[in-house]
Design a protein around this ligand. Structure first.
Ligand SMILES: Nc1nc2c(ncn2[C@@H]2O[C@H](COP(=O)(O)OP(=O)(O)O)[C@@H](O)[C@H]2O)c(=O)[nH]1
Ligand SMILES: [Mg+2]
Length: 238
């Protein structure tokens, strides 16, 4: 079963006083509006509509919590870049986002979604520069990689990794496509390590009963991994 298959919508937070008290470890998803944030959460949860709940009017400016397991959450942050007025941006940032990102003790890492066709926008850079000093890890998903040729993908990845290197050791990046379902394995590995969740690894078939070659596909299918491919879209940096 995919690692985050059990994810369920938990709550919408408009006020920091309402943050879930039972959270032990949570990962926040940030990025420009339309970068593919909701799609990435849905893809990781292997669920077609999970994160679209955040499109409900009034909820897009809030923090949406998805419960993964006991005490573990994904947090969908408001997308940036499409606010109507500067005061709106400032209000959202100062009232909710900045204090959340800076003070939430159980926040164990930030997934930053950037469109692989035009990564590192001014606001992406601001977010990176602002969050990196917290010392918590940042992992960039370069989304919509299916829209690029292999060569363009690698150029995009190289550019982003070079920018991340200037921020320190704790930042990594990978290609991702919700449409083609590529990059899932790499993203799961990062998330599992941050969240302290065990990834289910394939159990080797009993020796002597059947060859590994014939047993594996069935075993993968039984575990719900049949449709999943290992990422063909590049590896994350370390
Ligand atoms: N081709 C392609 N389109 C994508 C991908 N991920 C998201 N999209 C599309 O990009 C648009 C914005 O996606 P959404 O997840 O709602 O972005 P959000 O605003 O960051 O939550 C939608 O039309 C998605 O179908 C992807 O991996 N490949
Ligand atoms: Mg969204």
């Amino acid at each position: 079963m995919p690692l985050f298959q059990k994810a369920v919508f938990h709550t919408t937070i408009a006020d920091l006083r309402d943050l879930p008290a039972d959270s032990l470890c949570e990962v926040a998803f940030a990025g420009r509006s339309n970068a593919g944030k909701s799609s990435a959460i849905n893809t990781l949860a292997n669920h077609s509509r999970l994160a679209f709940v955040s499109k409900t009017p009034g909820r897009t400016q809030h923090l949406n919590y998805f419960r993964l397991a006991e005490g573990k959450y994904f947090v969908d942050l408001p997308g940036y870049g499409f606010a109507k007025a500067p005061e709106e941006v400032r209000g959202q940032w100062e009232g909710l986002l900045a204090p959340y990102l800076q003070q939430r003790m159980v926040l164990c890492g930030l997934i930053l979604i950037m469109d692989s066709r035009h990564p590192l926008t001014e606001l992406d850079r601001q977010m990176l520069n602002w969050f990196a000093p917290t010392g918590k890890p940042i992992h960039v998903l370069l989304s919509k990689a299916d829209k690029l040729t292999r060569q363009e993908q690698l150029l995009s990845l190289r550019e982003v990794r070079a920018a991340l290197r200037t921020l320190g050791e704790n930042c990594s990046a990978q290609l991702f496509s919700s449409l083609k379902k590529t990059g899932i394995t790499d993203a799961e590995a990062v998330l599992a390590s941050w969240l302290g969740m065990e990834r289910r690894l394939e159990v080797p078939p009993p020796t002597g009963l059947r060859s590994e070659k014939t047993a594996r596909p069935k075993q993968r299918a039984a575990m719900g991994w049949g449709a999943r491919k290992a990422s063909g879209a590049g590896k994350r940096s370390t």
